[in-house]
Design a protein around this ligand. Sequence first.
Ligand code: PEP
Ligand code: MG
Length: 596
Amino acid sequence: MVSDARQSTRLSGLPAAPGVAVAPAWRYVDDAARPHGPSMEPSGDPRTALEESGREAARQLDVLAERLREAGRADEAEILGAQALMATDQTLIGAAVDRVRAGQDLRAAIVAAAAASAETIAAVDDPLLAARAADVRDVGARIARILSGSALDLPTVPSIAVASDLPPSVTAEVPKGRLVGIALEGGSPTAHAAILARGLGIPAVVGVAGLIGALEHELAAGGAPFEVALDGDRGEVVLRPGADVRVELATRAAAALLRRNRAAPLRGRPGATADGEPVALLANIGTPDEADRALASGAEGVGLFRTEFLFMGRHAAPSEEAQVEAYRAVFEVFGSERQVVVRLADIGGDKAIPYLDLPAEANPFLGVRAIRIARRSPELLLTQLRAISRAGALAGVQPHVMAPMIATHEDVALFLALRDEAQASLAAESLPHAPRLVCGIMIEVPSAVFLARELAREVEFFSIGTNDLTQYLFAADRTNPELTRYHDALHPAVLRAIAEIVAAAHASAIPVAVCGELAGDPAGALVLVGLGVDELSADAGSLDDVRFALAGVTRSELDELARSGLAAGDAATVRRLAGEVCERALARAAVTEAPG
Ligand code: PEP
Ligand code: MG
């Protein structure tokens, strides 16, 4: 933390969503963490009061889910939908009623019941549900607010949220235009708060160590309100920025706006470097609803369709027919000329699917996740492969399918055997299906990096999952905010792994894509292309910037960037080098593309 003479406090975190903002701070505090006001004695039956408030919370969450769905954020909408179910859950309400009968006031009772349920979920129950713990707490806080007749203390002017964490339900509730930046002490660039911020185009910095302490200090020292400046490209947060910081950020904001406006005309063109080397730019999507937005952003296809979202927030797996419709919808948006890569459900880790009855595990990220589930329940992926093949036939396209978490040859063999079985069963039933599924694998487990040369002979493409590859290379849980220092995929250790994967893929003449979050970071994208990656797949909202940066840089500059990145000693050095090349590229592309 650095304080200058004018009392500005500069903090650094991780860039999570691009753009800059200067606006008053809006401190969001989880209601469950607030000291409680005057006690609320139930005037009637506590169960009735809690049930009514639970229903109102569910109604609010459904409205917010719809808002997110309309904004093309179907995966976060699913989370809110699941929260709406929690709000009327009789076990939760019953636990709160018991607490009221034991003497607690209504509001404290629901907050405590939700906290206890969250603790149970996180610690004892199925660890795959751990990610839901924060969602339950958030539901408890919402019901408590409804009980006390108080609303969320939303910003009244365009503001920057400063918080430990920001649940998707809160982000969705802030009226459009009032949330212009997000600074979080917790979180990571791959956490939901960050993914949602990127999707909504709100600049964000996460993992800002000391943020809340510094905020408290500023409030105590200078009173409220005060402003915050934030740079989501560089991962900087400045509390009470002085005139110099404002000018610096305003200049950067103007440049970014100019760049975005200038980037828009490039949208219709395929990704390529300044000297014409093609780099396919594809979109990551989580649900069929996102396909139209992805196509409108100029995506040349879908490089990662995270199908596990189809399995979440439900009571049972979607039927084969429902899946056929979901895949077909995406295939039809992109047609037969643009590839759509459907990833088999990556269930496990932090993605909870309660109805699958998976066993409790001490380390879910190291457990029965993704392709590993097929050994226990082959029918899950078999049904999915059948649905993908049938959807391909109906839409008249050749589907690409990839398996996540491949660690060994046996994993590849399992995947390909399931593919063969799915195709054979469809043929036996005379059901129309794609004549062939193009099969690839995700490289995101370190063992696969070392096996990449042989694995490349067994499949038709690689897609590197830099989110997991980074987590597994550094043995640092990607959801643990205390470990954000290990989460930067631009670390030379990760780059060296990527270089090896690229060499292995190219030795067998198969293409290699990157579909982790690094592909959507313009500076990161330049490093990846420098390393020889053929395709980048990222959130649709990032594609303009990546396309624009690529248009301003030549192959030899990228080769040089990759060389110095591989030789660097730490991630910060690579970020600085890549940031410099990226800024030059953007400025150059802006001149090249300027009208007239
Ligand atoms: C990755 O691990 O980089 C990836 C793209 O997959 P996910 O984030 O869904 O695990
Ligand atoms: Mg992954």
